[in-house]
Design a protein around this ligand. Structure first.
Ligand SMILES: Nc1nc2c(ncn2[C@@H]2O[C@H](COP(=O)(O)OP(=O)(O)OP(=O)(O)O)[C@@H](O)[C@H]2O)c(=O)[nH]1
Ligand SMILES: [Mg+2]
Length: 470
C-alpha cells in the first residue's frame, strides 16, 4: 500500500474481451474494488471493440494505438494501449485487449509529458502479452511492467505543472511566408497586407478548445540573417523541448532554394545534436493557384522534396504545398501539424472510422468551431486522402461552413458542390461544452436515418475523449 501511496501510478489493469465480455484479467493493486476494475475494462474495451473493426483484419497488427481517457467517477486518468491478441477460437480470430495505467486526474500532465517513454515501455510488454500462453505468464509480464514503470517514475522529482507546455516553432528564411501563414490561417486577412519582417521572435498562443490541458505557444522566428544567426547560436534555447516544427520554403524563389535547403539541414543537425525529434511539417509556400503548373515551380518542388527527404530520414516529416490564396492548403497543413500533438489522435481517427463504416461514408472530417480539423478518416481505395478530395470543394465548403454555424439547424446537405452524385453533409454535434462539426462525404447512398441513429454513440465517445484531446 505504501508503495502505491508514494507513487504517481495508482493502478495498472490488463483487460481482455473474453467469453464474459470485457474482463479485467490482471490488476494492480490487488485490493482494487470490483466495480472500479470493471469500469476500466468496460470503457477501454468498448472503445476498441466498435464492432466489426478488427474482426475483418487478419493480423493483430491492425490495431495498436494509445489514448488518454478520463475516468471522472474514479478521479483518475488512464493511459490506455489498445491491441489484439490472436486467438483462433475467438470471433474474428483475435481478442481485444487493453493495458491501462492510471494516475490521479490532477497529475494528468505527467502522461502528456512522458508519453513517448511510456509508449515504448507499454508497447514492449504488450508484445509479450500477445505471445503469452497462460494467465500465470501474463501475471509475470504485468509485474515486470509495473516494476519498469516504477523505476521510471522514481527518477522524476519535479512537481508536475498543472498544464502541459507545448512549443511550436515557425522556421525558415526571411520572406518565406511564416507570419502571413499564421495570419491567413486565422483569417486575419487585413493583417497580411501589413505584415512586416518579424524582428526576433513573435510569440502567440493557440487555443483549440477554450479549456484544454495544454498551453500551446507558437514561436514565429524572424528569418532575416541577423535573427537567424541568433536562433542558430542559441539553438539550445529555441529547439529545446520543441513539440512541433514548421519549416517554410518559398517555392517561387528559385534562386534561394539552395539556401533554404541548407538552413533546413542546419536545423535538422541541431535537433539531432539536442536529441529532439519533433514531427516536422514542411510548407512549400507561395504555391499560388495561378502558378501551380509552371515548369520552374514543378522543378523546384521536385528538388526540394528530394533534398528534404534525404536530410531528414530520422524524422517524421510531412510536406504540404501552401498558399495564402488557398485557405484549404493552409488549414490542412496547420491542422495536420496540430493533430500530431494530440495523444488521442489515433483514438479519434478510429472513432471516425467506426462511424464511417456504419453510415457508409467515404470520408469524414471533424472540425472545431474555428474550422481546425481535429481528425479525419477516409476509406482506403476509393479516395486516398480526404484532404485531396476535399481540396477542390473547400472554398465552397468553408463558406457554407461559416454560414452553417450561424444556422439554428444542426444539419445541412451541401448542394452545388459538384455535378456528380457526391454529397457533403454538415452535421453539428454538441460535445461537452463545445460544438463540433462533422463533414461527411457520401459517394453513393444518402441515408439520413442511419447517420442520426449512429450519432449518439459517436458523440458519447467523443465526449470522453475531447477532455483529453490536447
Ligand atoms: N504570392 C504569395 N505571397 C506570399 C504568400 N505568403 C506570404 N507572401 C508574401 O511574402 C512576403 C513575406 O511574408 P512574411 O509572412 O512576412 O514572411 P516571413 O517568413 O514571416 O518573413 P520574416 O519575418 O522576415 O522571417 C509578404 O510580402 C507576403 O505578402 C503566398 O502564399 N503567396
Ligand atoms: Mg515573419
Amino acid at each position: 500500500m505504501s508503495e502505491q501511496k508514494n507513487n504517481i501510478i495508482k493502478s495498472i489493469v490488463l483487460s481482455l474481451f473474453d467469453d464474459d465480455g470485457p474482463t479485467p484479467k490482471i490488476y494492480w493493486p490487488t485490493t482494487m474494488d470490483e466495480s472500479s476494475r470493471l469500469l476500466i475494462a468496460m470503457k477501454t474495451i468498448s472503445l476498441l471493440m466498435g464492432d466489426s473493426v478488427y474482426q475483418n483484419g487478419n493480423s493483430s497488427d491492425s490495431v495498436n494505438y494509445f489514448g488518454i481517457l478520463p475516468f471522472p467517477d474514479l478521479k483518475l486518468n488512464g493511459l490506455t494501449y489498445f491491441f489484439l491478441i490472436l486467438d483462433p477460437s475467438a470471433r474474428g480470430n483475435a481478442k481485444a485487449a487493453t493495458i491501462t495505467v492510471l494516475i490521479n486526474e490532477d497529475d494528468r500532465v505527467f502522461f502528456y509529458e512522458n508519453m513517448k517513454y511510456l509508449r515504448v515501455m507499454i508497447d514492449k510488454f504488450a508484445s509479450k502479452v500477445q505471445l503469452a500462453k497462460t494467465l500465470e505468464e501474463n501475471k509475470k509480464i504485468m509485474d515486470e511492467l509495473k516494476e519498469e514503470l516504477f523505476n521510471f517514475t522514481s527518477e522524476i522529482k519535479d512537481p508536475f505543472s498543472l498544464k502541459r507546455q507545448i512549443k511550436i516553432l515557425m522556421t525558415g528564411l526571411d520572406r518565406a511566408g511564416k507570419t502571413s501563414f499564421l495570419h491567413a490561417v486565422k483569417q486575419r486577412y487585413s493583417e497580411i497586407i501589413k505584415t512586416l519582417p518579424t524582428k526576433g521572435v513573435a510569440r502567440s498562443e493557440e487555443k483549440i478548445f477554450e479549456e484544454q490541458n495544454s498551453i500551446v505557444s507558437i514561436w514565429d522566428l524572424g528569418g532575416q540573417k541577423k535573427y537567424r544567426d541568433i536562433f542558430l547560436e542559441q539553438r539550445k534555447v529555441y529547439l529545446y523541448n520543441v513539440d512541433l516544427l514548421f519549416y517554410f520554403i518559398d517555392i517561387q524563389d528559385s534562386e534561394r532554394i539552395p539556401e533554404a535547403i541548407e538552413l533546413f539541414g542546419t536545423v535538422i543537425k541541431s535537433l539531432i545534436e539536442l536529441e529532439e525529434f519533433p514531427p516536422i511539417v514542411v510548407c512549400l509556400s507561395k504555391f499560388d493557384p495561378d502558378i501551380k503548373n509552371a515548369k520552374d515551380i514543378r522543378k523546384n518542388i521536385k528538388i526540394v522534396n528530394e533534398n528534404i527527404k534525404e536530410l531528414s530520414d530520422r524524422f517524421f516529416v510531412k510536406i504540404f504545398q501552401t498558399s495564402i490564396f488557398d485557405h484549404w492548403s493552409l488549414i490542412s497543413a496547420y491542422s495536420y501539424g496540430l493533430s500530431q500533438l494530440s495523444p488521442n489522435r489515433e483514438l479519434f481517427e478510429n472513432q471516425l472510422k467506426h462511424y464511417a463504416k456504419k453510415i457508409s461514408s467515404d470520408a469524414i472530417l471533424l472540425l472545431n468551431e474555428n474550422g481546425i480539423i481535429l481528425s479525419n478518416f477516409s476509406k482506403p481505395g476509393i479516395s486516398e486522402k480526404v484532404f485531396e478530395i476535399s481540396a477542390p470543394h473547400f472554398q465552397t465548403l468553408y463558406k457554407t461552413f461559416k454560414e452553417f454555424k450561424l444556422l439554428k439547424q444542426d444539419f445541412l446537405i451541401s448542394s452545388g458542390i459538384s455535378s456528380e452524385s457526391k454529397k457533403i453533409i454538415f452535421k453539428k454535434i454538441p460535445v461537452e461544452k463545445y460544438n463540433l462539426y462533422l463533414l461527411l462525404f457520401m459517394e453513393k447512398e444518402l441515408n439520413i436515418d442511419k447517420i442520426d441513429k449512429n450519432l449518439p454513440k459517436l458523440s458519447k465517445n467523443l465526449n470522453d475523449l475531447i477532455q483529453t484531446y490536447i
